[in-house]
Design a protein around this ligand. Structure first.
Ligand code: PMV
Length: 363
């Protein structure tokens, strides 16, 4: 089993250089959902997601070799240009938790600046793109200081491993088109420890798929994903669910390879509804969908039945609808969105996105 604890990664301060790294990392939308975990952020079932394009976090990390005798993580954190004590504490805690992987973090003074391409208060989870970008920055620092991540595949594997420790689903955001996380025979080289790229076995039709996000509510969710994962431990359906996710995962990989959009869409919708059914069947139960989520689902299904166009929905752990459809029908679908769905969104907010080409190093 691959582990990245490495006490050798400490700085010999005579030679070390200061530096500044920047990465942009996109968010992702899972088609097979990760819901339920164990141990140090390990998944109960395999999951697969589309990497998005427009919804991104940009993070820069400036590091200086420490000259004071301060101990522990020394960090200044800025979100959208301003200091943000809540995020600062979260990032400090995360960096302390991975000191066994990057022991040199105790020898640096860090300034991290992070911003999102999408509005902060739009009700879109940003932990996947944020943790992805941070993990990529940390691996670049390691590469700059020690030259230990020269090999590109190794670089992304480690970054994905580190992103996973920050937020499970983040580990899938590091690859173009699609990423798989969780060990499963049908996906060669898949692992519970990091995600792997899944572009080669994906039919052309899915590589330009759209994912437009209907913002049903901008409010913060009443139950966090962390608490939701926790509630799976005593969910009476848990074992059946994990088996179902594995079976659907295998079927989805075939549909993705064959360009079978109808099967893809059925699985995507079944997964979204199962995720929310699990929440409703938790103890205590909770509901994250809002009335307009259901109204939109009905409208999407009616539109599909009437027009025969292959447009489907997915949901994250929140009320917002992700509208998934192939590029060739975009004109008709955009018109449907404007007429029927946008009026049901909070302030009419729709965020247009599509499958993207993964993270970018910007400095
Ligand atoms: O990565 P977390 O702990 O925020 O969990 C994400 C869970 C879902 O978004 C609901 C599903 C997924 O696989 O992304």
């Amino acid at each position: 089993m691959q582990q990245y604890e490495n006490q050798a990664l400490t700085i010999d301060s005579d030679k070390a250089q200061n530096g500044n790294i920047s990465w942009q990392c996109p968010s992702n939308i899972a088609i097979i959902k990760y819901w339920g975990k164990y141990g140090r952020q390990l998944p109960r079932n395999p999951s697969i997601s589309f990497t998005l394009d427009n919804a991104r976090t940009s993070t820069s990390l400036a590091y200086k070799v420490r000259t004071s005798d301060a101990t522990g993580i020394q960090l200044n954190f800025f979100f959208e240009g301003e200091s943000n004590p809540a995020f600062q504490t979260k990032v400090e805690k995360f960096l302390s938790s991975i000191i066994d992987i990057f022991p040199f973090l105790n020898q640096l003074d860090l300034t991290i600046k992070s911003s999102n391409s999408f509005p902060h208060s739009a009700g879109i989870a940003s932990s996947a793109s944020a943790m992805g970008a941070l993990a990529l920055c940390l691996c670049s620092v390691e590469q700059n200081l020690f030259g230990t991540l020269q090999d590109e595949d190794e670089f992304y594997k480690k970054a994905s491993y580190v992103a996973r420790l920050g937020s499970g689903s983040a580990c899938r955001s590091l690859y173009p088109v699609m990423g798989i996380w969780g060990e499963r025979e049908s996906a060669a080289s898949s692992s519970n420890l990091f995600a792997i790229p899944w572009e080669q076995k994906v039919h052309q039709v899915f590589r330009s798929f759209h994912d437009d996000i209907m913002i049903v509510s901008k409010a913060e969710k009443s139950v966090s994903s962390r608490a939701g994962h926790g509630l799976m431990e005593n969910n009476v359906y848990a074992d059946l669910r994990y088996q179902q996710a594995k079976d659907r995962f295998d079927a989805l990989l075939i549909a993705l390879k064959d360009g079978d959009v109808a099967t893809f869409g059925k699985i995507a919708e079944d997964e979204a509804l199962t995720l929310h059914a699990l929440m409703m069947a938790s103890e205590p139960s909770y509901i994250l969908m809002r009335p307009n989520t259901i109204t939109m689902i009905e409208k999407i299904r009616a539109f599909r039945n009437k027009t025969g166009l292959q447009v489907f929905f997915s949901l994250d752990a929140g009320p917002n609808i992700h509208l998934l459809y192939p590029d060739e029908i975009k004109v008709a679908v955009k018109e449907f969105i404007q007429k029927e769905l946008a009026p049901l969104c909070e302030d009419g907010t729709v965020i247009e996105d599509q499958v993207g080409s993964g993270p970018r190093k910007t400095a």
